[in-house]
Ligand binder design. Structure first.
Ligand code: P6P
Length: 338
């Protein structure tokens, strides 16, 4: 007798079944997501044994953001590029690890889509075996044909046709959306497949957790400081005081916020008015996921997805999570609440 109601649906099968939701679906979409899931498994294989082989530690390189490049994020960057460069579906890519846009090799066909990615977010946590992740964002090209351009990569986040991330934690989970809800798949290493684990994830309307690096408190503006003090006050009616949880990897803090509710933020401050996180390949994809799950994502003044990027590696302040929590934060940031 079959007792489990568990559905054994692989990521590939689910993506293929979702194709009928996209009238214009040409199968290119499915192929891109399929190739990304292969890249995720290849990165997972190295991440899961990083401590055993000489892949920890750093290279002698600094990336565009001034971060020391860890061997694992260099491996992840190359792995994703090589998994995606020959499928014939992309016209250009851009990565946190590379200053300029990444062209498709001449010997391969150019396709109709654009991929931006952060190959290994949270890489400073690798040597402490703390959760890290990969983030991706997909657009339709806007250039007519042939080689993709920088303009293809500098589209506003609301133009994304898909986005998602892979979180390498206690288990490895592939989370994505193509505009029809957010879905999570957990890697079963014994069969080498991502199996559905969370279909149509919805973020709670309000949470009880705030997640930000409070070590920067004295650098924040008054509105932000007032908001944090508000969250710490005793008020059972509004579920305060909130708990503070901070992993220091955006993918992990945003994923917990997606699953449990609350707010994740990396505000601007007196030293870095635009904050630390990057708009194109960190905040846009994560904001797309949060909004698709019923949450909200702003830069303090407006919706993240409405911002028009002007540079590939530009930073942005980010406040994302449960709709009610982000709206209260916004009122403090705009001085409407003290
Ligand atoms: P801080 C990781 O280095 C990262 O880019 C994000 O993943 C994370 O949210 C943030 O930086 C953490 O920065 O200043 O709190 O260490």
């Amino acid at each position: 007798m079959v007792t489990s109601s568990k559905k054994f649906i692989t990521l590939e099968r689910f993506i293929h079944e979702q194709e009928h939701l996209h009238p214009a679906a040409t199968g290119e979409f499915s192929a891109i997501l399929h190739d990304l899931s292969l890249a995720a498994k290849l990165v997972w294989r190295e991440v899961s044994k990083a401590g055993l082989v000489n892949i920890l530690g750093t290279t002698d390189r600094m990336n565009i953001s001034g971060d020391v490049v860890k061997k694992l994020d260099e491996f992840a960057d190359e792995t994703i590029y090589k998994a995606m460069d020959h499928g014939g579906h992309l016209c250009v890519m851009a990565s946190e690890e590379n200053e300029d846009i990444l062209h498709i090799p001449e010997e391969y066909r150019s396709g109709g889509y654009v991929l931006l990615y952060d190959p290994l977010d949270g890489s400073s946590n690798i040597d402490a075996n703390i959760t890290i992740g990969s983030i991706f964002s997909i657009y339709k090209r806007i250039s007519p044909e042939g080689k993709g351009t920088l303009a293809d990569c500098l589209q506003s986040g609301y133009n994304q046709v898909a986005a998602g991330y892979v979180i390498y934690g206690s288990s490895t989970v592939f989370v994505y959306s193509t505009g029809n809800g957010v879905h999570g798949f957990t890697l079963d290493p014994t069969v080498g497949e991502f199996l559905i684990s969370n279909e149509n994830i919805r973020i709670p309307k309000k949470g009880k957790i705030y997640s930000m690096n409070e070590g920067n408190f004295n650098l924040w503006d008054k509105g932000m400081q007032n908001y944090i003090n508000y969250l710490k006050e005793e008020d059972k009616a509004t579920g305060r005081p909130y708990s503070m949880r901070y992993i220091g990897t955006m993918v992990a803090d945003a994923h917990r916020t997606l699953m449990y509710g609350g707010i994740f933020a990396y505000p601007g401050d007196k030293k870095n008015p635009e904050g630390k996180l990057r708009l194109c390949y960190e905040c846009n994809p994560m904001s797309y996921i949060i909004e698709q799950a019923g949450g909200r994502a702003i830069n303090g003044k407006r919706r993240i997805l409405d911002v028009q990027p002007t540079a590939l590696h530009q930073h942005t302040p980010v406040f994302l999570g449960s709709e009610e929590d982000v709206k209260v934060c916004e009122e403090f940031l705009q001085g409407k609440r003290k």
